[in-house]
Design a protein around this ligand. Structure first.
Ligand code: ATP
Ligand code: MG
Length: 458
């Protein structure tokens, strides 16, 4: 695949595979005007340097059905080092397969060299590629056709060629896109065994796009569901995060439950669904989706927290009242979150935030006792998480609605520079020395936070 061969010629298929279907510009609705200016710049610069330059993956899928893509990915036959050479703002990442991230002020465009290996993607830890790590063998790079065939679902395997504005379909994606079907590229059992996270992705796409999962693909999910436990925790956590953050968590998690995956991915949530008759998980996710769709700033830890809240509440509440004293609740929280923290590779900090948010939730279930307690609570790093969860819970169930309203009022007063509780002290004033000396802080053993919790051991 030399640079001279690139761009113009008719696309060829992979050996032993059917020839690709090519839609000329007039035959499809993907308009360049809907591709971000930065992605266009990247596509053209690669093309003008003599390389194949395709828009690939989700952006092609979304634009063909009139949706707004989340981001723009580019596929090329230029090697990562060649890409880096062309773009001053490029950074190479990835250990096994190098990707170039082209950074712009508003977005990052990912440029990947065509490859043949169907290996699951790596989770990027944010750092630059390890220069000592082995770089992908040359043979692992591939042709555009091979690159299409290694992808997960047919609707994700489409290319848009900037050289002639055609759409190239090696994998039957156009037909599935028209019919609204999520289907693996190749035999579904094999593709799911190769990378079990694809089962979660199938459910996620079906819910997000309002598509149905092809019968054979669904049967393979039913057969291979438990294999998801083999997947790298960080990748499962990443996929869960994507599912929670997009404002469509309710249909996605209903899908995960329906296809038997929730049991393996978040067994706590699955168990609470059968133990509680109130469908609390669904109600919480519906409210969380509304918040995300409104554009509220919701910490990812709060979204994750909704998955564990039903089982936690089952353990500490009777008739909507927390019945455990704080030290016991702490113990329950620690026990409830221990397994998920490992299974989903929570960072220490993430574990710490969720644990503290759950503890704080017990405090937020009663009106604030004093201005001081409001100030102390809102300054805690876990407060945004706890506050989102408290509001989700109040909206979803009416639980502690009055207490949450009282806190809301107190926080509002604090934001206006007033004492958080009427007749209380001003926030800046804090506790003056005289007062503190006269009334030493009461120590309630239960309020102390156990070191293991504070340290945030995952
Ligand atoms: P989104 O709208 O969520 O960005 P996307 O389809 O672009 O959807 P990404 O996770 O950004 O999804 O991945 C980009 C593309 O990479 C996919 O469209 C697919 O072709 C390919 N891909 C991603 N993950 C896998 C996987 N696990 N196995 C095979 N191919 C994958
Ligand atoms: Mg994408």
């Amino acid at each position: 695949m030399s640079a001279d061969e690139a761009g113009g010629g008719a696309p060829t298929g992979a050996p032993g595979r059917p020839a690709p279907r090519v839609l000329a510009r007039a035959e499809h609705r993907l308009s360049r005007s809907l591709v971000s200016a930065n992605a266009i710049k990247v596509l053209y610069r690669l093309q003008r340097a003599g390389f194949d330059s395709y828009l690939v993956g989700g952006a092609v899928r979304d634009l063909l059905i009139g949706r707004t893509p989340k981001d723009f990915d580019v596929g090329t036959n230029a090697r990562p080092s060649q890409v880096k050479h062309l773009f001053r703002n490029a950074r190479l990442i990835g250990r096994r397969f190098r990707l170039a991230l082209i950074n712009f002020a508003e977005e990052t465009v990912e440029v990947a060299t065509f490859r043949r290996s169907p290996e699951p993607p790596e989770i990027e830890d944010g750092g630059d590629a390890d220069v000592l790590a082995p770089v992908a063998e040359v043979e692992e790079y591939g042709t555009p056709a091979e690159d299409a065939w290694r992808r997960d679902f047919t609707v994700n395997g489409l290319f848009y060629n900037i050289a002639d504005y055609s759409v190239i379909d090696h994998v039957g994606g156009l037909e599935d896109l028209e019919r609204g079907v999520i289907r693996t590229i190749g035999e579904p059992n094999a593709r799911f065994l190769e990378d079990p996270v694809r089962m979660m992705r199938a459910v996620e796409y079906a819910a997000r796009l309002g598509f149905r999962i092809d019968e054979e693909t669904a049967a393979a999910i039913a057969a291979q569901g438990a294999e998801i436990r083999r997947a790298a925790p960080a990748r499962i956590a990443f996929e869960l995060g994507e599912s929670l953050k997009g404002g469509q968590a309710l249909p996605i998690f209903r899908g995960l439950e329906e296809h038997g995956l929730l049991l393996h991915v978040v067994p706590e949530a699955h168990a609470a669904l059968s133990r509680r008759s109130d469908g609390l998980l669904w109600r919480l996710l519906a409210v969380a989706d509304q918040a995300v769709q409104r554009g509220d700033r919701v910490p990812e830890e709060a979204l994750l927290g909704t998955l564990f809240l039903p089982s936690f509440l089952t353990a500490v509440e009777v008739d909507g009242r927390p019945v455990l004293e704080i030290p016991e609740a702490e113990q329950v929280i620690r026990e409830e979150l221990e397994a998920p923290a490992l299974r989903l590779a929570f960072s220490n900090y993430r574990g710490h935030l969720i644990r503290h948010a759950f503890m704080m939730l017990l405090r937020l279930s009663a009106p604030p006792r004093s201005a001081k307690s409001v100030v102390r609570t809102v300054r805690h790093e876990a407060f945004p998480t706890a506050w989102s969860l408290a509001r989700f819970l109040a909206t979803a169930t009416g639980l502690h609605k009055d207490a949450v309203a009282a806190w809301e009022q107190a926080i509002g007063r604090l934001e206006q520079g007033l004492p958080a509780v009427e007749g209380g002290r001003r926030p800046e004033g804090g506790e003056d020395k005289k007062r503190r000396r006269r009334r030493p802080r009461r120590r309630r053993s239960g309020r102390q936070i156990a070191p293991a919790v504070q340290g945030g051991a995952a």
